[in-house]
Structure formats: C-alpha cells, structure tokens
Ligand binder design. Structure first.
Ligand SMILES: N[C@@H](CCC(=O)N[C@@H](CS)C(=O)NCC(=O)O)C(=O)O
Length: 257
C-alpha cells in the first residue's frame, strides 16, 4: 500500500482529506508544493481531471477532490466508517458534505483572503509557512511571498471588493444557520446517525478557517482585525461552539508535521 497526499497545509479542503486519512489510520506521505504551482501539479497528477488540491495518490491512482478522496478511502479502509450504514442516513450525510463543500468552503476562504488585504503584514505572515525555508527566512522572501499570495487570491478568486466580502459573510452565516439546524435534527453532538461521520468531518473542517480551533490547521499568527470583528458576532452561537467541540473531541492533532 502506498499513499501520498498532495496538499496545502493551511487549506480546509486538504484538512478534510488529512482528517479522514488519520481517522482511518492510513500511513501516508504528504507533499506540499507552494501555490500556485499546485494547479499544474494537480492537473499533471490527475491527467487533466482536477486542478485543485488535495489530490491523493493511492496505490498509483490519483484522486482529486476531497469528497472523492473520502469516498475512495471509505472503500479502501471501511473501518472505522465515515459513511453511515443506514442508506437514508448515508444519503443525508453525503448531502450535508456536498452542501458545506459548495456553500461554505469557497466563502470561508474568500472572507479570510479579503480581510487579510487590510491587515498589516497579513499576507506575508499567511504565506510564509508555504515558502521553502531559505526564502521564508529572509524579509525580502517573505514580502515577495506575501505579494504573490495577495495577487494570486485576487486574480483567481476576486476577493478585493466589498461585495465579495459581503457575499462571503452572508454565505458563512447561512452555513452556520444550516449547521445549527442539522445539530438540532441530530443528537446534539453528531449530525447524522448518532455517531461521527463524514457530515461532522466536512462541516467542522470547512468551518476551521472561521473558528480556528487549536487542533486545526494554523491559519496565521494574528487574525486580521475585520475578521476578528466578524468572528466576535458569531462566537457565542451553538454552531460555532459545536465546531470547536468537534475538533477537540474528534480531531487529534492536525498540526503534526
Ligand atoms: N472541491 C474541491 C475544492 C478544493 C479547492 O478549492 N482547493 C483549493 C485550495 S483550498 C485549490 O486548490 N484551488 C486552486 C484554484 O481553484 O485555483 C475539493 O473538495 O477538494
């Protein structure tokens, strides 16, 4: 068996794949080429099928997209399961995963990328862990890495304008409403079937950049002021607390090398 995860350490979509691999106890190697070089690498690994990370290469087969990676892992190592046994529960869990993948993931990311723009040194600090050590250790290297990240996120995701920030905040709030409805529909701890499943994993991992729990990926040393202001308005909500509790109970240490 050989498994290599091509990933971005800070990314919440990569975090979904890491969490699933660790949950299932699958030994794997991690490769983290700096963005935006990951786009041609993803295309090359998947023969043009996928341009995003994470990509998992499992026994020579390249699988792009975090949901497809979890599906492949579920088949490869069924225990412990991430998919509920009951077919109706399974459908619901996968629908919840698909909702947070589409309706939260891109907007949580856009909000951080937008707010980092007004944070002094924010992008340099955010990009530094993704740079090769000799570059990251010089002031010029860090500044250049930050400038590249700032330009890339604007060109690729159009995050600079106020409308982009407003849309991202509205989507994050709508996702929090949905999460709270799912918590109420479940047993209060798990979203589906009374046990930890792909639904919990996806919701918690994709809210990771918003809640930034200590067990989750390191997003940067100082959250941007505008982001902190937004976060303060939701920090007491049950859905926000559920994300922190789910990481604390289920994740183990996501920051291990
Ligand atoms: N649906 C994909 C989304 C992954 C994704 O958006 N990855 C980002 C990093 S967070 C990426 O590689 N983006 C490159 C791009 O879209 O240009 C998944 O679930 O894996």
């Amino acid at each position: 068996m050989s498994a290599t995860l091509w990933q971005i350490p800070v990314s919440h979509f990569s975090e979904k794949a890491r969490w699933a691999l660790e949950r299932k106890g699958i030994e794997h190697e991690r490769r983290s080429p700096p963005p935006p070089s990951h786009i041609p690498i993803a295309l090359w690994l998947t023969r043009g099928g996928c341009h995003t990370f994470p990509v998992l290469v499992l026994d020579g087969r390249a699988i792009g997209d975090s949901a497809a990676i979890i599906a492949a892992l579920e088949e490869y190592r069924p225990d412990p399961p991430l998919y509920p046994d009951d077919p109706a529960d399974r459908r619901r869990a996968l629908e919840i995963e698909a909702f947070f993948d589409a309706e939260l993931g891109p907007y949580a990311r856009a909000l951080i990328f937008h707010d980092l723009r007004d944070s002094p040194g924010g992008y340099a600090d955010f990009a530094a862990p993704m740079l090769p050590p000799p570059v990251r250790e010089t002031r010029v290297g860090r500044a250049a890495g930050g400038a590249l990240a700032r330009t890339y996120t604007q060109v690729r995701f159009r995050v600079a304008g106020q409308e982009a920030a407003e849309e991202a905040r509205a989507k994050v709030l709508a996702a929090l409403d949905r999460l709270e409805a799912e918590i109420a529909a479940g047993d209060g701890t798990h979203l589906v079937g009374g046990r930890f499943s792909v639904a919990d994993l996806a919701a918690a991992a994709l809210f990771g950049p918003i809640v930034q729990p200590p067990e989750g990926p390191h997003v940067g040393s100082a959250p941007p002021p505008a982001f902190e202001e937004f976060r303060a308005t939701i920090a007491d909500r049950p859905g926000y607390r559920w994300v922190a509790e789910t990481f604390a109970r289920e994740r183990g240490d996501a920051r291990r090398p």
